[in-house]
Design a protein around this ligand. Sequence first.
Ligand code: BG6
Length: 511
Amino acid sequence: MEDNPFREADLSIRNHPESCILVIFGATGDLTHRKLVPALYNLAADGDLPAGLRVVGFARREKTDEEFRQGLEELNREVSRQGHNEDLWAQFSQSIVYHTSEFGDHEGYLALKKRLDAMEKEGASPNRLFYLASAPEFFDDILLHLRQSGLNRSKNGWCRAVVEKPFGTDLATAQHLNQVVADTFAEAHTYRIDHYLGKETAQNIMVLRFANQLFEVLWNNRFIDHVQITCAEHLGMEGGRGGYYDKSGALRDMVQNHLLQLLSLVAMEPPADLSADGVRDEKVKVLKSLRPFRSVEDVAANVVRAQYTAGTVNGVEVPGYRREDRVNPGSMTESYVALKIMIDNWRWEGVPFYMRMGKRLPRKGTEISIHFKQAPKVLFNAAAGAEEMPGNVLVIRIQPNEGISLGMRSKRPGPAATLQPVKMDFLYQTSFGKSSPEAYERLLLDAMAGDATLFARKDEVETAWRYVDQIEDAWHKSPSPPKMAEYPAGSWGPKEADELLQGDGHEWRRL
Ligand code: BG6
């Protein structure tokens, strides 16, 4: 086939990030200190930050520029993957200033506008990137005031908005937020963050599938038996996180966004091109094909929700979920969820996708495993050891030890026909000799480049909520809701989650 010159053939052919003034709402929060500013610093250390980039932190607390920078520096010292270099920080931090205002105070936005205009007169870029990193209850106010003060328009450059998660708490609130965003910024200038899409290994799923002939021909229900997606975390509700989490729960916090995004990347059809809409069209098609639940019983049969009880994680005794700081002692919020998802389309008919995520599991790790069907049961299946061995398993390790491994059967050296499982392993660290950039580094650059491929589109977010809402409704609105299971902190989850797979003759892969 002839090359189509209008197609982007290479992932590296992307727009270049353009300099801008980045305004971060919620600048005194954790996200700004632990993720956003360290990401900018890492980019600066690699020489990847567009020249002349300026950062304005917007928040309610009174602070001077210097106090703000000091707080950022403390955290950067702790978390930057590049290590903290005093000289570089001194230079980089000069681009950061602080703006005090309530989120609902119109005067504060007018003052911000004056400040940005003055910065522009002094040579700063006319492009503006507004990053909504505050608590979500302020998003409406921030967007309204950006619109009313005219900050959503720049005479000489572009204006874009990055919206952090959670994007709504159900379909209705997501639709409302989409409307408020649309009143202020065009869809093409709206970047809904899902930081899992910025992870190197998540980006590699499409490359693995569509740049290698080997896998894609087998990537369907003729050869794949089932797929597992696991996202385990050893952390619980440290640092007052219970306040947010207890209102959200595992399903809304991780499944609606990160895990359904990973599922879409694994299950999507090859896109027509690598444009943002080309890719997102295919992901939405997957989400639209998820088999809906027919009843509360159907939810109970396919979704397990659970809370951790007291236990030991990494040798440390920890309390149960309901005893955590800022968690309601009678809480019915799940800290763990496991699902069996069916995708009703031609490629995946009959292939279950099992997903689980939980807090206070033995360790942190996210992986996708593709379990291929067994080879025909002739010849070597009678050999010693073959019976207990799994079929081929392709494991995509999203984090840590980023990489991909393929489990196979091999003959053990010697005269007997004894089989043994072996692994081909690709590790990012060994192959590329350096740690992968943080997700936020890539996402910030993409927003500056105007590339929305790794951000969720309006319909993507809403379709995912539509799916998740069916489960939330069965749990919280039904007169006879499915039960809440339990698992001790430090274990791999409740027995009900094991039974979910055992019913189909499968078991969870050990991480
Ligand atoms: C966030 C969730 O979106 O992702 C947290 O709100 C979770 O609850 C976090 O801990 C996990 O992200 P990562 O990148 O550490 O896997």
